[in-house]
Design a protein around this ligand. Structure first.
Ligand code: MG
Length: 202
């Protein structure tokens, strides 16, 4: 099982990162050891600037390669929410040196997800909203209709290079409002008002 993460899929987040809008999808991988399905998150020792990035997560439920956009919707049936934890200080160093991002993005438990999945027929992506709260305070609002690249486009693009397998996860990018977490924080995330994820930072 692998975790495929999309970078810069919302214009407002690209802007807050002072990054240009992508002309084709940007993706990177997290290993399976990044997944955190239950339990608390422990702030890693190697960073002083850990950021939350709340994202809509798609579960792949069929093996596929060279998937055409028009068939991509047959390869997933459920969504949830997850956090693409990012050691922003390390990512900045990686960017400056042109190094890969894995050290900043792919560490253990850097991909907590909800254990509750929502069937895609129950989520109208044109009208869906998800929210990230830090200690009860609203920090991020995401509207999947604002994706630069749709889920189907992302699946088609990534599957040109990587075979998608059942159980793979696709993190679809984060909207604006990313920020640092501290030990003692609680992050909660809701999709269309339904709380799916609650995570304590220890
Ligand atoms: Mg992200």
């Amino acid at each position: 099982m692998k975790i495929i993460c999309i970078g810069r899929n919302y214009a407002d987040h690209a802007k807050e990162m002072n990054s240009p809008l992508p002309t084709e999808p940007i993706y990177f991988l997290k290993p399976d050891t990044a997944l955190l399905k239950e339990g608390d998150f422990y702030y890693p020792k190697f960073t002083k600037e850990l950021h939350f990035e709340c994202e809509l997560v798609v579960r792949i439920d069929k093996v596929g390669k060279y998937i055409q956009p028009k068939f991509a919707s047959k390869y997933y049936s459920q969504f949830t929410l997850g956090i693409d934890f990012t050691a922003r200080d390390i990512q900045q160093l990686c960017k400056e040196k042109g190094l890969p991002w894995e050290r900043a993005k792919g560490f253990d438990h850097s991909a907590p997800i909800s254990s509750t999945w929502v069937d895609k027929q129950n989520v109208d992506l044109e009208n869906a909203t998800f929210q990230l709260f830090q200690n009860g305070e609203l920090k991020q609002i995401g509207h999947p209709k604002d994706f630069i690249f749709s889920i189907d486009q992302l699946i088609a693009y990534v599957s040109q290079f990587i075979t998608l397998k059942t159980g793979d996860l696709l993190f679809t990018g984060t909207p604006a409002g990313v920020g640092p977490v501290q030990i003692g924080d609680t992050l909660t995330a809701a999709l269309n008002g339904q709380e799916l994820l609650s995570l304590k930072i220890k």
